[in-house]
Design a protein around this ligand. Sequence first.
Ligand SMILES: Nc1ncnc2c1ncn2[C@@H]1O[C@H](COP(=O)(O)OP(=O)(O)OP(=O)(O)O)[C@@H](O)[C@H]1O
Ligand SMILES: O=C(O)C1=C[C@@H](O)[C@@H](O)[C@H](O)C1
Ligand SMILES: [Mg+2]
Length: 179
Amino acid sequence: MSGTRQFHNIALIGFMGTGKSSVGHIVADQLRFSFLDTDELIESRRGKSISAIFSEEGEPAFREYERDLVLELASRNKTVISTGGGLGANTANVASLKEYSFVVCLWASPEKIWDRVRSQTHRPLLREADPLGKIRQLLAAREPFYKEADVLLNTEVRCLKEVAQQVLHQFQLAKTLYR
Ligand SMILES: Nc1ncnc2c1ncn2[C@@H]1O[C@H](COP(=O)(O)OP(=O)(O)OP(=O)(O)O)[C@@H](O)[C@H]1O
Ligand SMILES: O=C(O)C1=C[C@@H](O)[C@@H](O)[C@H](O)C1
Ligand SMILES: [Mg+2]
């Protein structure tokens, strides 16, 4: 592998509950990078929760905020960017992230994802009669987009610390290979 890519940042993409926000914090601490979560930034800028954005403005408005943010973040340096679960399910967003970041997709099975998020209530897309069915359906539809990441990392049987270690390892490896 060789080329001219520069890895100033790390971006974590992947489905809800794969650990992007939790792992991103650990990786940023270890690298002494800044940490940024696109969900949190959109919520603080809009002054409301993602659930409120979905119900008051609609999902398309939220997706537009995500697309705008991905373009804006090109100016970042030494930042770990944890994305919302749907942000990386979009070819243009992943291509933009790759211009300024090493992109890691965190992966898990639908059953593991449901196990991790079932006690949390803040994800509007999972307020369904059959949330596990919804996870299966969405994950299958999004899989080809997530696989456009530089690296796919299975989190199924790894604790948060181990996932973070793997992200760091892949980042250091990529910097060496692309040098
Ligand atoms: N590898 C793991 N081992 C144990 N628990 C995990 C792991 N990954 C995530 N979790 C737990 O799953 C829950 C969801 O994790 P987190 O919020 O980091 O996911 P996310 O990918 O950021 O989701 P979203 O796309 O909705 O923002 C948290 O309680 C977190 O501690
Ligand atoms: O997978 C998704 O589409 C989402 C994931 C969350 O991170 C939030 O961005 C929001 O709840 C939508
Ligand atoms: Mg998150």
